[in-house]
Ligand binder design. Sequence first.
Ligand code: 5GP
Length: 215
Amino acid sequence: MNSPERSGDTAKRKGRLVVVSAPSGAGKTTLVRALLAREPGVRFSTSYTTRPPRRGEVDGRDYFFVSPDTFEEMVSRGDFLENATVFGNRYGTSREQVARLTEAGFHVLLEIDWQGARQVRAAQPDCISVFILPPSIAELEKRLRGRSTDAESTIEKRLGEARDDLGHWNEFDYAVVNDRFDDALDELRSVLLGKGDRNRTDNPACRRLIEAVMA
Ligand code: 5GP
């Protein structure tokens, strides 16, 4: 994919919206970062959230961190392309940011949950939606436990939510199973480049792979 700054053709063409969703523990954030590093024509949509920043997170880079009042004002002004409550916090995608970047010719990547993905698909049916899955439920549990210092009850709750999230894979156009990182990254890039047919969720081979993950 060419950078719009370098290609006269691409600069005139509007970029596409690419929605990437996954349950926590599927490795979505690492994949998305690697993809952005390799594809100069793709930009990340920085969401707004009411959750407090985690250590190392930077306002305006990872998220725009806002108060619940500011967030609800933005909702009533219609500033969000989509918004949702996830784990008790509010998250939203800036309509203005997405419009500015796509009009400049960039493909814009939204890393959002399935509820937001549903809203974006309804508002912009020509978007590309991709669901990332872990290689198995057992691996998902291992990853969630491995990175958490939370109490057992919190981990159990997160696991339950991750299982519920997984159940939404069928709403997406494409699915990528993140077993081997490099393969998953290649598959995600192929989807972006319009060559991701084997990752289509209506492809029987892809469905069999997903059924194995869910078993
Ligand atoms: P975290 O707080 O761990 O960064 O993200 C928690 C969840 O919120 C993830 O599933 C992430 O994809 C989702 N999320 C992040 N930004 C947005 C957004 O703008 N809209 C929606 N609907 N979900 C988001």
